[in-house]
Design a protein around this ligand. Structure first.
Ligand code: AMP
Ligand code: ZN
Length: 147
């Protein structure tokens, strides 16, 4: 298993404190399982975070219901962003673990409006291995799928 690190006790991390209302956030939407609020960094205007209400660190810690709630909320937010900010594109980004780019260790997904040459980048070093290796990877993963 990856060495995902949770740096805060449950209930005391920055996003738990936003969920509880202990610290302010510009909330857009909430339901029983998910909350959406403006990212303080605003990579582009309209940049929203969709977080679980429950303290869960990574994707691997979510229930199926939380997974569904987060994605449904992300789509609703994307629809609102499209109507209000009319971006040329939209990127979902969800980071897990320090090495995965996560800096706040309470599950969240970025919904980022995108524009031409907006300076957002992710290095993507393609390896393009032979097909036999792809089949080997697929077989190994099929054997490890949860039932
Ligand atoms: P990540 O690097 O994917 O873990 O993203 C963490 C995000 O949380 C960053 O984009 C921060 O700008 C954002 N963030 C941190 N603190 C707050 C806060 N108090 N309110 C809103 N967004 C925050
Ligand atoms: Zn938390």
């Amino acid at each position: 298993m990856p060495n995902f690190v949770d740096t805060s006790p449950p209930g005391q991390c920055i996003f738990c404190r936003i969920v509880s209302g202990e610290i302010p956030a510009a909330k857009v939407y909430e339901d029983a399982l998910a909350v959406a609020f403006m990212d303080i960094g605003q990579v582009n205007p309209g940049h929203v975070l969709v977080a679980t209400k429950r303290h869960a660190v990574t994707l691997l810690d979510l229930t199926q219901e939380e997974c569904a709630a987060v994605m449904q909320t992300a789509q609703r937010i994307a629809q609102a962003i499209g109507r209000e900010f009319d971006p040329a594109g939209l990127t979902l980004l969800q980071a897990n673990g320090r090495e995965g780019g996560q800096t706040v260790f309470h599950f969240h997904m970025h919904v980022v409006p995108r524009h031409a040459e907006d300076g957002v980048g992710l290095s993507w070093p393609r390896k393009e291995p032979p097909v036999a290796l792809l089949r080997d990877y697929a077989e190994r993963l099929r054997a490890k799928l949860p039932v």
